[in-house]
Design a protein around this ligand. Structure first.
Ligand SMILES: Nc1ncnc2c1ncn2[C@@H]1O[C@H](COP(=O)(O)OP(=O)(O)OP(=O)(O)O)[C@@H](O)[C@H]1O
Length: 255
């Protein structure tokens, strides 16, 4: 059963130059379904529209047209509190969610208090459990983001998102800035989270080798369109689209 569905999604941006303003269509009639408990990868070269689509599905920006259906309900921004919590995003840049001048603990405690996810007296234990599951400890909470490595920051971002008990995690290029061994650890962590929490994950990456390790299904995007979709094995063993074949032929980063 699909938990999140995008129907007929279209998006254009205005390109302004000194002389004229034109429209650049970034997403063209996108249809997709994220199944309950699956890891769905969105792949394609830079500029194909992946982040725009991710931001629309994460309700950060509005599409020009189309519908997003979450658990059978068509949703529009601004979302209700619970829907907002249910769909969490993790970004390539950890500073999108971790404030550079606050300790990591402050950034993690605030939403838990605000949304009363757990009782005040239980927050520390609750976070300790999540940190432990993500290979971190309570000590990390006293530090400022600049004192942490890229891999630690991404783990903390994942902890922050998970602490809100989401049903869907949208991970936009979260391993792009990481060295290969760390990227592999993060991929492994996401798989464990999916298996344990049964949440659905939309994994956006231009790196097919990492996608092969993590995804159940793949959508291949180019120039704002989904050119091919299928089970991961199918896509890798018998790609149908010429563009997919070209992508597969490029050097896999995590091989
Ligand atoms: N806020 C914006 N205003 C104008 N154009 C934008 C905006 N955001 C994205 N674009 C343009 O939309 C197109 C798709 O960008 P998008 O970031 O969605 O692609 P992507 O596949 O995620 O690429 P990347 O992997 O490089 O982030 C690009 O041509 C980009 O320049």
């Amino acid at each position: 059963m699909s938990i999140l569905e995008g129907k007929n999604i279209e998006k254009s941006y205005k390109d302004r130059t000194f002389l004229k303003t034109s429209h650049h269509q970034v997403l063209k009639d996108i249809h997709l379904e994220l199944e309950e408990g699956e890891i769905l990868a969105l792949v394609g070269e830079s500029g194909s529209g992946k982040s725009t689509l991710a931001n629309i599905l994460g309700f950060l920006i509005d599409p020009d047209q189309g519908e997003i259906i979450y658990k059978g309900r068509s949703l529009k921004r601004p979302l209700d509190r619970q829907d907002r919590l249910d769909i969490q995003m993790v970004f390539q840049d950890p500073f999108m969610t971790l404030h550079p001048r606050k300790t990591v603990g402050q950034s993690l405690y605030e939403p838990l208090r605000l949304h009363k996810i757990v009782q005040e007296e239980d927050i520390k234990d609750y976070l300790a459990g999540l940190l432990n599951q993500c290979g971190l400890s309570l000590d990390h909470l006293d530090r400022y983001p600049r004192a942490l490595s890229g891999g630690q920051l991404q783990r903390l971002n994942i902890v922050r998102a998970l602490s809100l008990k989401p049903k869907i995690l949208i991970a936009d290029e979260i391993i792009t800035a990481l060295d290969t061994p760390i990227a592999l650890e993060i991929i492994q962590l996401l798989k464990e989270i999916r298996d344990r929490e049964k949440i659905s994950i939309l994994f956006i990456s231009h790196d097919l080798a990492s996608v092969r390790r993590i995804a159940d299904r793949i959508l291949v995007m180019k120039d704002g369109e989904i050119l091919e979709r299928g089970q991961t094995q199918e896509i890798f063993q018998a790609p149908k689209n010429a563009y997919t074949k070209k992508l597969l032929a490029s050097i896999p980063r995590l091989s």
